[in-house]
Design a protein around this ligand. Structure first.
Ligand code: AMP
Length: 400
């Protein structure tokens, strides 16, 4: 595994960014570009369509935002750039990162995300913003109301394109791109180049340049990863034992289903008698989701139980541990989940522990292939992870 190393050969100054942007980067403490930034920024600055294969946590927000802002005009109060992202949480993250990059350059940013009052977003748009960051559904809504106009648009960004397509945003994305001027620049960021992503790129981009950094850093090596085999009905006790042993400063426990997340939350909040526990999933009202993320960010929450859709993209440096209570259904989700710890902005080491039942050995192998690493077993002393018959089954497997 290669290291996600912020120190590359090139400095920001060598990427073609303006002195004002370089000053801004120095102010916010970005010293050297990450690999995706070093590779993507010079290409995006040329105005060409560009595909970047990279994950959240590798610095991709700056990779697309910095070269875009360089090309836009803060004195024109028209929407010149739109960034489409799959989730509300990610839109907010991109929004706050972008504000940092813009500093006092005069750019105004607007959010267009579902689950929040639309009138405030409309008000912001009416005042005049140059950059809109949003989820496809709400963007369509605002377009239909004619509150959002894309006729002066210069740059369209599809962030986490693979995930947007997974969620079913294809028709909305297509409508939005069709509403943009044809001579725009399109930037597409995606962790994988699955056929649907390629199809989208083929249809809506013009001879895109490819910047592929996916294989280099599938999982950052500031993350120690383990698996532990356990019977389904021993998982709850195992989690308690691991929490006691690891004493995480902050931990995200991933479940496959919303129901599973709620059930765990009920149980642990009672048994641990702690108000530092919360659950987050797509069925919760947006206000509650925001509150949870805020509390996680401030360090108030210690244990968060989450499903993939909302867990993905959370960028909080205090998270010391990820527990995959349910092994993720897709290998990509594994990469996204464990990437919530050992974040680039933190120098701290993270730990990820994946629970695997005896029947899920094949799924573990698929993950190991995907990350090109054999995971070591996490050992828990004096803990019966299996019913007696399964203990035998496990020994037979180990022997053979
Ligand atoms: P992203 O992949 O855009 O979500 O970025 C992950 C985290 O890394 C964010 O907290 C960024 O602020 C931080 N980051 C991105 N690029 C750099 C850089 N060149 N130097 C330092 N921190 C960075």
């Amino acid at each position: 595994m290669q290291k996600l190393d912020v120190v590359t050969e090139k400095s920001f100054a060598q990427l073609g960014l303006s002195p004002a942007t370089l000053n801004r980067l120095a102010q916010i403490g970005y010293k050297m570009p990450s690999p995706i930034q070093a590779a993507f920024i010079p290409v995006a600055l040329t105005g060409k369509d560009c595909i970047g294969q990279a994950r959240t946590g590798t610095g991709k927000t700056a990779a697309f935002m910095l070269p875009s802002l360089e090309q836009l005009d803060p004195s024109r109060k028209r929407v010149q750039m739109i960034v489409l992202v799959p989730t509300r949480e990610l839109s907010e993250q991109v929004y706050s990162e972008s504000m940092k990059f813009a500093g006092n350059s005069g750019f105004e940013f607007g959010l267009a995300v579902g689950g929040r009052p639309i009138h405030r977003q409309i008000e912001a748009l009416r005042k005049g913003v140059q950059v809109v960051i949003g989820t496809p559904g709400r963007v369509i809504d605002l377009l239909k109301r004619r509150e959002l106009k894309l006729d002066a648009l210069q740059i369209a960004v599809l962030d986490e394109a693979d995930r947007m397509l997974d969620i079913g945003f294809r028709p909305d994305i297509e409508k939005i791109l069709k509403a943009c001027p044809e001579d725009r620049q399109t930037l597409l960021l995606s962790a994988t180049m699955a056929p649907p992503v390629e199809k989208l790129a083929h249809r809506y981009m013009v001879s895109p340049e490819m910047v592929d950094l996916s294989e280099d850093r599938v999982v950052v090596d500031t993350i120690e990863q383990f698996y532990v085999t356990v019977d389904e009905d021993r998982k709850r006790s195992l989690l308690l034992r691991i929490l006691a042993k690891e004493k995480p400063s902050q931990v995200i426990v991933f479940t496959r289903t919303k129901r599973g997340a709620d059930a765990l939350f009920q149980m642990y909040s009672k048994r641990l008698k702690s108000n530092r526990i919360a659950a987050i999933h797509g069925d919760l009202p947006q206000r509650q989701r925001d509150k949870v993320i805020r509390e996680l960010r401030s360090g108030q929450l210690r244990l968060l139980i989450a499903t993939d859709v909302v867990g993905r993209g959370i960028d909080i440096s205090g998270i010391s541990h990820i527990i995959n209570y349910d092994i993720p259904e897709f290998c990509d989700d594994y990469v996204h989940r464990v990437g919530r710890t050992g974040r680039m902005s933190s120098s701290r080491q993270g730990r990820a522990i994946t629970f695997v039942t005896l029947a899920q050995g094949g799924e573990l192998t698929n993950i190991e292939k995907r990350i090109n690493t054999v995971l070591p077993e996490y050992l828990v002393e004096d803990f019966e992870a299996f019913a007696p018959r399964n203990r035998e089954a496990r020994d037979i497997k180990k022997f053979g």
